[in-house]
Design a protein around this ligand. Structure first.
Ligand code: FES
Ligand SMILES: [Fe+2]
Length: 383
């Protein structure tokens, strides 16, 4: 798991007038709206004696700890320590880590890291959002699996034939089946992907009108940052589905997924339920695979799996992850978990670059010198 990316913390609709507890990267966060409706995200641990802020209340623009009533604003500054009396000065060191928040596409994103604004990897943009001729849906669900495994599933062209009867022939056409050429698409410096062409079965039900028989389907997909995937499916001329997947690792065996799906057909709201249902049908097929992978967490070396050319984009993803580890963004999850009940950690926020003396320890990170530089040549492509 990596700090310094944007993580989807909740849907806009979920965030009402109460503090909301969200787990991400093995840690707890509190997300709340201030009096103006602006969303904020803080580390959930109160700097007094460890109260969980999400169990408290929103008072005006602040979140109030349920234990002794300390109040923190959206920047993480403590404004009130009731036990000191009304006019007491609040020491600066009581500050809690607060993370940049963006509310977009019906989601609350938090930047869990300390990079200054200009250096942050962006949220993967939904270009079709509120554009004429397009309609978007949002759906979300939890899986019992590691997020990297799910991202890698999203950028794997070879699973469609076997996992999805909506996109492939369930192995019945093995004689003529082969993954076609993958045409690489770069989104520097944060992502890579590819386009390819494959044969797909006829479209069912009300989608039949767009491609009555089986046919050639153009699809592109790629990762963007550590936790986002775009997938463009073009099943027929001028019939487009553009999907954006945002993942929040809860811990090393649980992930929460948010899927924004843009379509340029049946743009009436009435068709939303059918689109969501079909997406979930496909997603559930992936989930069944991901929840049974072994090991649960992606191996740190590729020699423990035998890669073939259709795994090319997965290897590119692993290379990028190593680049981000080289920058010192990889969380030392094992070290963090060893101290789980002994130390309250926080992901360092941008304010830590300006202010010293924080109460909570910053999460342990894998030192760049301990992160493998690049995949060894023998680990690249076996096929
Ligand atoms: S633990 Fe939060 S106010 Fe005491
Ligand atoms: Fe899939």
């Amino acid at each position: 798991m990596y700090m310094n990316f944007w993580y989807p913390m909740a849907t806009s609709a979920e965030l009402t007038d109460k503090p909301h507890k969200v787990q991400a990267l093995g840690l707890d966060f509190v997300v709340f709206r201030d009096g103006q409706g602006k969303a904020h995200c803080l580390s959930n641990t109160c700097t007094h004696r460890g109260g969980a802020l999400a169990g408290g209340k929103v008072i005006g623009d602040n979140v109030q700890c349920p234990y002794h009533g300390w109040q923190f604003n959206g920047e993480g500054q403590c404004l009130k320590i009731p036990s000191l009396g009304k006019d007491a000065k609040v020491p600066a060191r009581t500050r809690i880590d607060a993370y940049p928040v963006e509310e977009r596409y019906g989601l609350i994103f938090a930047f869990l890291g300390d990079l200054p604004e200009a250096e942050r990897p962006p949220v993967l943009a939904v270009k079709e959002w509120e554009q004429p001729g397009w309609r978007c849906t949002l759906q979300h669900f939890a899986i019992k699996g590691y997020y990297e495994r799910s991202i890698e599933n999203g950028i794997d062209p070879a699973h469609n034939e076997y996992v999805h009867d909506t996109h492939g022939f369930s192995g019945e056409r093995e004689e003529e089946y082969k993954v076609g050429d993958m045409r690489i698409e770069e989104s520097p410096p944060w992502g890579r992907g590819f386009w390819h062409t494959f044969q797909a079965p006829p479209l069912p039900g009300q989608l039949k009108q767009y491609r009555p028989g089986e046919g050639t389907l153009e699809a592109g997909t790629g990762f963007f940052g550590t936790n986002q995937v775009w997938t463009y499916i073009h099943p027929g001329p001028n019939y487009f589905i553009h999907q954006y997947l945002y993942e929040r690792p809860i811990d090393d065996n649980n992930t929460y997924l948010y899927l924004v799906c843009a379509r340029n057909f049946q743009t009436d709201e009435k068709a939303d339920a059918y689109v969501v249902e079909r997406n979930q049908y496909v997603a559930n097929q992936d989930v069944k695979i991901i929840e049974n992978l072994h090991p649960r967490v992606t191996p740190q070396t590729n020699t423990k799996e035998f890669m073939v050319p259709s795994d090319q984009c997965i290897l590119m993803y692993r290379e990028k992850q190593k680049e981000w580890a080289q920058k010192g963004w990889r969380i030392d999850y094992d070290a963090m978990k060893r101290n789980e009940h002994k130390v309250a950690y926080a992901i360092p926020s941008p304010a830590r670059r300006e202010q010293k003396g924080w109460v909570l320890d910053a999460v342990p990170l894998v030192a760049p010198e301990d992160a493998p530089a690049q995949l060894a040549k023998s680990e690249r492509l076996a096929g």
